[in-house]
Design a protein around this ligand. Structure first.
Ligand code: ADP
Ligand code: MN
Ligand code: MN
Ligand code: MN
Length: 384
């Protein structure tokens, strides 16, 4: 069996309860990133009145020892509400609230990368950095096998699946459309979707978002995806290379522009940003997945529409490059560019922060985090 038990519970019965009036009370679901830096967690509480803005949502806490986030015997962690969305599952007036995580001493948790991202974005507000991220993901049955693939084998080779239509081309469109509508209802800035090159792999895009908004909206879109998948009994994985062999991996292409790039003559600012990125390839690879480049090394092979992890490259309309300038942008002479390197499981706070550090703050140094150093050594690219 490839779909979960809970997805088979009687949804008509559920509806009967969901229709019950809830008085003045409001369900607020707090959502946060767990200690893996990839997983999301949530829990729900009742508020006596509808929060009208994020300041109306009180801080809360959780047991960090159960989310790989505790430090010693101090397992209480704080949840700091930072952005509120409408709840597409329990409907208005209920809310989904994205939170930052602080430790018992109110210092940010290890996997709270929003904390520094926000500081950096505040420094560069006047440049109005815009981002649009393309989240690729793969649907799996609860048996861990791609959803819709033959139990003991493989579908035909890639070719007919990208943007495909028809039962033999795409698997799980119900999920994709439900997720899309749920994001719109919630207020997530989702801007598109398409079936991907590997069957049962899909993509949605979020953007354009300015500054810190990018990470906030993408994380909530991911939460909604996992939650929608629960209802259908399948699992969405963000693994950057779920199937080895001749199957495309999953990335999170990051489109980026500043105000000056978006204006006439902006191409020269795009080119200058790419020049800066070319000098800091290693640093970017290190922050483009949660394990300092190790996850992405399975994906960035130079094949299957990717660039090689060890080389920086850029080009107009080149989907085999690290950085692509869309053809339209090349023609117009202004617009944005696409960094194709981030892995599907990247933390958008880390990615957007790194891009801003390199292209606006002109940083040239390298990350010093332990996992980054370790992974650089393991990948044999420790050359600074
Ligand atoms: P691709 O051709 O690479 O598949 P998509 O259509 O999937 O491109 O995604 C394009 C992304 O670019 C969207 O997320 C969109 O929000 C984003 N985008 C569009 N214009 C800009 C801009 N000026 N600055 C930053 N991002 C942008
Ligand atoms: Mn795309
Ligand atoms: Mn894609
Ligand atoms: Mn793309």
């Amino acid at each position: 069996m490839s779909v979960s038990h809970s997805s088979k519970l009687n949804k008509v019965v559920r509806d009967q309860y969901m229709k019950l009036p809830q008085g003045d009370k409001v369900l607020v679901t707090y959502v946060w990133i767990d200690g893996s830096g990839e997983g999301v967690r949530c829990k729900t509480r009742t508020l006596n009145q509808e929060p009208k803005c994020i300041e109306d949502v009180p801080e809360w806490n959780f047991d960090g020892s159960s989310t790989e986030q505790a430090e010693g015997s101090n397992s209480d962690m704080f949840l700091i509400p930072i952005r509120m969305f409408r709840d597409p599952f329990c409907l208005d007036p209920n809310k989904l609230v994205l939170c930052e995580v602080l430790k018992y001493n109110r210092k940010h948790a290890e996997t709270n990368l929003r904390h520094t991202c926000k500081k950096i974005m505040d420094m560069v507000q006047d440049n109005h950095p815009w981002f649009g991220m393309e989240q690729e993901y793969t649907l799996l049955g609860i048996n861990g096998h791609p959803y819709g693939w033959p139990e003991n084998g493989f579908p035909g080779p890639q070719g007919p699946y990208y943007c495909g239509v028809g039962s033999d081309k795409v698997y799980g469109r119900d999920i994709v459309e439900s997720h899309y509508k749920a994001c719109l209802y919630a207020g997530v800035k989702i801007c598109g979707t398409n079936a991907e090159v590997m069957p049962s792999q899909w993509e949605f895009q979020v953007g354009p978002c300015e500054g810190i908004e990018m990470g906030d909206h993408l994380w909530m879109a991911r939460f909604i995806l996992h939650r929608v998948c629960e209802d259908f009994g399948v699992v969405a994985t963000l693994d950057p290379k779920p199937m080895t062999g001749n199957w495309n991996g999953a990335g999170c292409h990051t489109n980026y522009s500043t105000e000056e790039m978006r204006q006439e003559g902006g191409l020269k600012f795009i080119e200058s940003a790419i020049e800066k990125l070319s000098k800091r390839h290693d640093y970017h690879i290190c922050v483009y997945d949660p394990r300092g480049g190790q996850d992405n090394s399975r994906r960035l092979t130079g094949y299957h529409e990717t660039s090689n992890i060890f080389e920086f490259s850029a080009g107009v309309a080149n989907r085999g490059a690290s950085i692509r300038i869309p053809r339209q942008v090349g023609q117009d002479g202004f617009g944005y560019f696409e960094d194709r390197r981030p892995a599907a499981n990247c933390d958008p706070y880390a990615v957007t922060e790194a891009i801003v550090r390199t292209t606006i703050l002109n940083e040239t140094g390298v990350e010093t985090k332990d996992y980054v150093e370790k992974s650089r050594l393991e990948r044999g690219v420790f050359k600074d």
